[in-house]
Design a protein around this ligand. Structure first.
Ligand SMILES: Nc1ncnc2c1ncn2[C@@H]1O[C@H](COP(=O)(O)OP(=O)(O)OP(=O)(O)O)[C@@H](O)[C@H]1O
Length: 277
């Protein structure tokens, strides 16, 4: 159980106090912490995702993106801190908060002995929709994700990109107010990715809010209204995409903020391998 006024962890006592969550924000994170053994994966992350925004979360491998999104969506209990969805606390009013959310988690474990159509149908029924609505929306989603031809194929036999798309469809069937998508375009072909982007833009235009994590800076720059750069479990920069990138591309700004480019010789033995074998 997370205390309502989350205590400040010892490591964070020099930090200024965090303001209360924003009840109007699609997602309001305050002082989220998570430690796995000796590893501090998330070190006091606070972020507001304004309702109606298309928000990108970027950061290097191991930055803490998935851990943050898991705590924000009720999949992983924080050590400290709070997460609210449109003013509803994820960890004290979990069911109500989850009703507002559609989630595509990283490394999804799906019921893959169901067909694509069955999996989406199952998600809709689980969300309490009636059968005719579920049937109608399942058809719409299969068509939108270009999965109609494979509707009766078992998900276990889907490719990585098809699996991502069917999981995305399952996350959207109850028309949630907020979509949180961990790497939604990973392994998805360019045509399907463009279709999914259109769907997400239309969803935002109609008042929905989207949070996506991605490693593809160009995509985030073109697609998102806002972005947060995370590294080492901290937020390095957050704001509109234009505020964060300034005069640079988002990719250049990202590299500048995060560092880690390796200069010099690199793997010299690899370049000389043809000579020694
Ligand atoms: N269940 C776990 N047990 C131990 N360590 C974990 C666990 N989950 C995450 N970590 C560690 O926490 C840190 C943050 O991981 P996380 O998956 O949140 O990063 P990420 O930003 O999503 O990375 P990527 O871009 O590579 O997916 C990493 O150092 C990772 O090894």
């Amino acid at each position: 159980m997370i205390p309502l006024s989350a205590p400040v962890p010892e490591h964070d006592q020099q930090q200024p106090p965090v303001p209360p969550p924003d009840p109007r924000a699609a997602l309001s994170l305050r002082g989220l912490w998570k430690r796995f053994g000796q590893k501090i994966a998330v070190a006091g992350i606070s972020l507001d995702v304004a309702a109606g925004s298309f928000y990108g979360l970027v950061g290097p491998n191991g930055a803490g993106k998935t851990t943050t999104l898991s705590m924000a969506t009720g999949l992983l209990r924080p050590d400290f801190g709070t997460a609210t969805v449109l003013g509803t606390d994820m960890w004290t009013d979990t069911l109500a908060a989850k009703r507002l959310l559609g989630v595509l988690p990283d490394g999804v474990r799906l019921f893959d002995r169901l067909t694509g159509a069955q999996l989406i149908t199952y998600a809709g029924l689980l969300r309490g929709l009636d059968r005719s609505t579920v049937a109608e929306r399942t058809e719409d989603l299969l068509r939108a994700m270009d999965l109609l031809a494979d509707r009766d194929t078992f998900v276990v036999d889907y490719s990585a990109g098809m699996t991502k798309k069917v999981a995305l469809a399952a996350a959207m069937i109850h028309a949630p107010r907020v979509l949180v998508l961990d790497e939604p375009f990973e392994a998805v072909d360019p045509v399907s990715a463009a279709n999914i982007r259109d769907i997400l833009h239309a969803y935002v235009d109609d008042g929905g809010s989207v949070v996506v994590s991605s490693h593809v800076m160009d995509l985030v720059q073109r697609m998102c209204s806002h972005v947060a750069v995370i590294a080492g479990g901290h937020v390095l920069a957050a704001g509109t995409v234009d505020e964060v990138r300034g005069e640079q591309t988002l990719e250049d700004r990202f590299v500048e903020l995060v560092g880690g480019r390796k200069e010099g010789e690199g793997l010299a033995w690899l370049r000389s391998s043809s000579a020694s074998s």
